[in-house]
Design a protein around this ligand. Structure first.
Ligand code: NAP
Ligand code: HSE
Length: 432
């Protein structure tokens, strides 16, 4: 006799939810062979049952009552692709109370309430899988938790927001202005409903919090991440980066040194020779460094209906297999340490600085004196252009402590010879 099907309930039928339905329908017969049991959609929660939908779904599957899924004893796996924080948290906790495994794409939720959700999953003895929450279609969570789990990681750096990578690519390759590039990213559907979350670095902060927690086995929440977005990057920064041999990228960075974690999101100058510099348009990539594997990079589409559905369906298959073999909850929370987060002032980096200063003798010497007094060593200075009797200078530092650089900049900002500090961008991924 055929084994009974694994029954799933889907919370949400938007971009990702409809992709999940499409992939399960299209590849269902192969998936059945892979799992050994059919995967059957029992119910789908939506807000508006009468809404016209691009993906065809039998009307009887749609419901506006979450309990049709959460309280239905027949349903084995709840797939949360609805978004929101409070409501999704509430529904997922209820799903665990009712002994269901959960698959979610919700980075906002995992980055904030991961600990609580993992505890609930463990108590229920069920899976909490969230591959789609970071970098959409790119497999990175399971590789870190399983394939690469024999490693000690030293560093993770990722282009984990497609919108900002698209904007920076357009600004550098097509000389497009920031606002035009953002509008195009919105039109193409890469940006969040509120694009501030992309351009201010918040979306990337959620994703790097999730990756850092897994890689360093210590819970990092969204609130622990130091964040700067890309709104201050202008066409001069892009041009000077190019001239100096760098690409400008928004990176999520997580490093461990001396038992402390350094977790941040900000724009960087990265050498053009670095693998991440070549990642363009809306593509994402995550570069990891482990003590056994060495350097490895994961590349692909970080968002969109089908790439994200690819990750969600992969998780559904894993959860279904785990249930079939009687081992749900096989890979639970791996945050068994509690590591200190390093304040941003304590990090060390090289910096690119763009300043507008008076164009007369002695100015450079004064500025160099301030940097010297704060222990900030300058690697190079170039005068770039004249703007209304002021000279724009570009400096690149050697590796210095951020606190020292900030002390120096506070003094420099107050000098009468300085018009403004145009931008300060960290230089990452170069050893020279
Ligand atoms: P979306 O297109 O806005 O779809 C949301 C779906 O959830 C809609 O079907 C909506 O119902 C339903 N929904 C929302 N609030 C509800 C409520 N209170 N009660 C019942 N149903 C509700 O969102 P999405 O882009 O698919 O994103 C879903 C999740 O995946 C989010 O957590 C997002 O961060 C994550 N994610 C998305 C992507 C991506 O590329 N889009 C990539 C990675 C991760 P109606 O259809 O009736 O309005
Ligand atoms: N707005 C996000 C991005 C979508 O641009 O990467 C995927 O999380």
């Amino acid at each position: 006799m055929d084994k009974p099907s694994i029954k799933i309930g889907i919370l949400g039928l938007g971009t990702v939810g409809s992709g999940v339905v499409e992939v399960l329908n299209k590849n269902g017969s192969d998936i059945e062979k892979k799992v050994g049991r059919k995967i059957e959609i029992k119910d789908i929660l939506v807000r508006d049952i009468s809404k016209k939908r691009k993906t065809e779904v039998p009307q009887h599957l749609l419901t506006t009552n979450p309990d049709d899924i959460l309280e239905n004893p027949e349903i084995d796996i709840v797939v949360e692709v609805m978004g929101t924080i409070d409501l999704a948290r509430q529904y997922i906790l209820k799903a665990f109370e009712n002994k269901k495994s959960v698959v979610t794409a919700n980075k906002d939720l995992i980055a904030l309430h991961g600990k609580e959700l993992f505890e609930a999953a463990e108590k229920a003895g069920r899976d909490l899988l969230f591959e789609a929450s970071v970098a959409g279609g790119i497999p990175i969570i399971r590789p870190l938790k399983e394939c690469l789990s024999g490693n000690r990681f030293t560093r993770i750096m990722g282009i984990i927001n497609g919108t900002t990578n698209y904007i920076l690519t357009k600004m550098s390759r097509d000389k497009m202005e920031f606002d035009d590039a953002l509008a195009e990213a919105q039109r193409l559907g890469y940006a969040e409903a509120d694009p501030a979350s992309d351009i201010e670095g918040l979306d990337a902060a959620r994703k790097i919090a999730i990756l850092a927690s897994i890689a360093f086995n210590s819970r990092v929440t969204y609130e622990d991440v130091y964040v700067e977005g890309i709104t201050k990057i202008n066409s001069y920064d892009i041009r000077y980066a190019e001239e100096l041999g760098y690409a400008v990228k928004l990176l999520g960075i997580a490093k461990e040194a001396d038992g402390e974690l350094d977790v941040r999101v900000h724009p960087v100058f990265i050498p053009k020779s670095h693998a991440l510099a070549a990642v363009s348009d809306e593509f994402n990539a995550i570069f990891v460094e482990g003590d056994a594997v060495g350097e490895a990079m994961f590349y692909g589409k970080g968002a969109g209906k089908l790439p994200t559905a690819s990750a969600v369906v992969g998780d559904i298959i894993s959860a279904a297999r785990n249930l079939s073999f009687g081992m749900p909850g096989r890979v639970g929370c791996t945050c068994f340490y509690s590591k200190k987060i390093k304040p941003i002032q304590e990090i060390e980096s090289k910096y690119y600085l763009r300043l507008l200063v008076e164009d007369r003798p002695g100015v450079l010497a004064s500025i160099a004196g301030v940097f010297g007094n704060s222990n900030v060593s300058i690697a190079s200075v170039i005068q770039k252009r004249i703007e209304k009797d002021m000279a724009e200078i570009v400096l690149v530092t050697h590796t210095v402590k951020e606190a020292n650089l900030r002390d120096a900049l506070k003094i420099i900002e107050g000098l009468t010879i300085v018009g403004n500090i145009g931008n300060v961008i960290r230089v990452e991924g170069s050893d020279t």
